[in-house]
Design a protein around this ligand. Sequence first.
Ligand code: PMV
Length: 322
Amino acid sequence: MMGVGKAVAHSNIALAKYWGKADAVRNLTAVPSLSLTLAALRTVTTVRFDDSLGADELSLGGAIVSGRPLSRVSKLLDNVRAQAGVTARARVESVNDFPTAAGLASSASGFAALAMAATRAAGLELPLTQVSALARAGSASAARSLYGGYVSLGARAESAERVAAGADFPLEMLVAVTVSGEKETASTDGMGHTQGTSPYYAAWLLAAPAIYQQVYAAVLARDFDALGPAVEQSALAMHASMLAARPALIYFAPGTLRVMERVRAFRKSGGRAYFTMDAGPHVKVLVEPSAAAELELELGKLEGVTQVLRSTAGPDAYWVEP
Ligand code: PMV
């Protein structure tokens, strides 16, 4: 068996966040989430099943990787092998075309591209929704990266769904990459720790679905003034639950706060932009296309910001010729 598949998937940033699992074994999320897929952050992955291999192999950006990342990849491949009746091990090569050294989350586009490439390599012809379910088992946020534009993943949902195309509600996202001295806690570990120790986790579970509903309705209505405040509340309520964990999970760096302050000042002077942040110190800013260039320049000047990436909405994941 020598099946090959190659695929491209774009990363996504949640506008309504999920944080916490309803079922850790099946990797089902505790609350619903809704994201925007980003054109500028891409992963390209090739999977080659090969009978001569004794074990799965993984290279990320040209470097051979083992340990936890490899076992997460093997787990997804095992699901694909079981569905396709394949026994061969695989060689997986994955490349991000955005700076991974910057610590930007790559698991969303990574597991989405892996699920696409692996199903093709195994000869499976699955609808996108089933590929999304395979990706979700590897990394819940990856379920959303199978689709372009605005995408939702329900609480306990197996797979993600498109809410609106990017062109239906054209917004841009600026990613302000900030300096951080601390080693970040992996999201799965951070969630488990928050669920286990934060007295605010219960409050987060109560608040998140209502915030998600506001985000969802605002996307359907193409209403940026309703969307923005809900996006900021989603991120800050999630971080509040992390901050109350013991010991606290603090992803904020000095540059993180400077970007937030700048975005708020931008609004005070009549601009329209709203921030969000994930399990890392970088800040993502949702902005109207007409204001994106100006704000990109301003954020780039801030102390503690090393680089600003700018992106429009990205497309569905797709296969390419290996
Ligand atoms: O599913 P993971 O392990 O990539 O974790 C994603 C967690 C957040 O990015 C903070 C929230 C989200 O909904 O993407």
